[in-house]
Design a protein around this ligand. Structure first.
Ligand SMILES: [Zn+2]
Ligand SMILES: [Zn+2]
Length: 170
């Protein structure tokens, strides 16, 4: 996503609106537990103060997450406030400001980093997700399995051992 700020830079102080869409899926690595299959939308304003550009806006879109419990993918909507400052390569003294060259702001990596910060530490498709059966692997949100009963049987096994040892009838 590139934003042409040429006209803005011609005014010593001024403000412009912007709106851009772009795909950032190339940033996502195979090892990541999430995907960015859709374009993200960024819009807001950029103000110029002697060549220092201040961008304020909103990032909207959605990412695809994988539930930690049931491993199903689900859509996580994004709505992120954005505020960044940019200095031209010619005036930057190497501090924390983002750098731009020529008349363009290249914001892909900034937007990507903001999205990464929004990714929840724990991804759950719903708070009530029942997850997978640890024994047979069925998704317990959709299906029931016999393992639950077997587990209960295992818990009773201690008791039945007692009956065995003591010659009791089951
Ligand atoms: Zn789940
Ligand atoms: Zn099971």
């Amino acid at each position: 996503m590139r934003i042409d700020v040429g006209a803005l830079l011609e005014q010593e102080s001024g403000i412009m609106d912007f709106a851009v869409d772009g795909k950032l899926d190339e940033f996502v690595t195979k090892g990541d537990s999430w995907r960015l299959p859709w374009s993200v939308h960024v819009e807001g304003t950029i103000s110029n103060s002697d060549g220092i550009l201040n961008m304020k806006g909103i990032i909207t879109g959605a990412i695809l997450l994988r539930c930690d419990r049931c491993l199903e993918t689900f859509v996580w909507p994004l709505f992120i406030k954005l505020e960044e400052e940019f200095a031209h390569t010619a005036v930057s003294d190497g501090d924390v400001l983002n750098i731009y060259e020529g008349n363009y702001l290249d914001i892909d990596s900034i937007i990507y980093n903001d999205i990464v910060l929004e990714i929840p530490m724990k991804s759950l498709c719903t708070l009530e997700c029942k997850g997978l059966c640890q024994k047979c692997g069925v998704n317990l949100n959709y299906q029931r399995c016999e393992c639950e009963r077997e587990n209960a049987d295992i818990r009773l096994a201690g008791l039945s051992n007692w009956f065995d040892k003591n010659g009791g009838e089951r």
